[in-house]
Design a protein around this ligand. Structure first.
Ligand code: ADP
Ligand code: MG
Length: 218
């Protein structure tokens, strides 16, 4: 039995994954938030954590560099999911992908009138599909963060971004105008690895499934 790697990102995903890891006996052997190490051993024999950028998780798992990964539905939709199984919705890192605009921007009227919308987002793929399905013409402006600034500075009419509490939108005087999809983090598995190493991987998938069903404290 070889080593199994789980790719995941620091911050919210790792934080909310820790209780699940504890339930399956796979807590990291050292404090992951404090550590600068990118490879962390766990209490579960042969299982290690690989710390990568959130948007790189599907890449590591898709290429088989890590057998397993934990990634948000946003990242998976944006990546496309090639070479990946997504067997377990972990129910963590819950939020919603939304369209938001300035309060004085009449989004409904703009859409109704067939206006060409300028949309700033990190989620170009998700935004493109969402507006294409509605038959709305958009110019997409790719940003890497601080999306809330774009409508305020006239860079875009609206943004597509993740919203949980809505605090960041409110703090920047933006309002949600449309929900695109609910988002939560999922366990992902390299498809080829699941075929060749099912005896090692299936018990882990089942363990995550069971741990996720026990729910997360609100
Ligand atoms: P990064 O900013 O590097 O993408 P984050 O830790 O902010 O990393 O986000 C990682 C993942 O956590 C996202 O892909 C998404 O699935 C989820 N996430 C992001 N923002 C929120 C939020 N406000 N509430 C809940 N989950 C979120
Ligand atoms: Mg973030």
């Amino acid at each position: 039995m070889g080593t199994i790697s789980i790719a995941l990102s620091k911050g919210r995903i790792l934080e909310e994954t820790l209780p699940l890891l504890a339930r399956i006996g796979a807590s990291p052997k050292e404090d992951p938030q404090g550590s600068r190490k990118l490879i962390l051993g766990t209490e579960r024999r042969g299982l290690r954590l690989i710390v990568v950028r959130a948007s790189d998780v599907p890449t590591y798992v898709g290429h088989g560099a890590a057998e397993l990964g934990i990634a948000g539905g946003d990242v998976l939709a944006e990546h496309g999911g090639a070479g990946l199984y997504q067997p377990v919705d972990l129910g963590i890192a819950r939020c919603r992908m939304m369209v938001a605009a300035r309060p004085n921007y009449d989004y409904a009227a703009a859409v109704r009138q067939g206006a060409r919308l300028r949309i700033a987002t990190k989620y170009v793929q998700i935004a493109r599909e969402h507006f294409a399905a509605k038959g709305v013409h958009v110019d997409l402006i790719k940003l890497y963060g601080s999306m809330e600034l774009a409508p305020l500075l006239g860079l875009a009419d609206a943004i597509v971004d993740l919203v949980s509490s809505g605090k960041t939108l409110r703090a920047n005087k933006l309002v949600p105008v449309e929900a695109i999809m609910p988002v939560s983090a999922r366990l992902i598995v390299n498809q080829a690895a699941l075929k060749t190493r099912r005896a090692e991987l299936q018990p882990l998938i089942d363990a995550f499934q069971k741990a996720a069903r026990q729910g997360t404290p609100a």
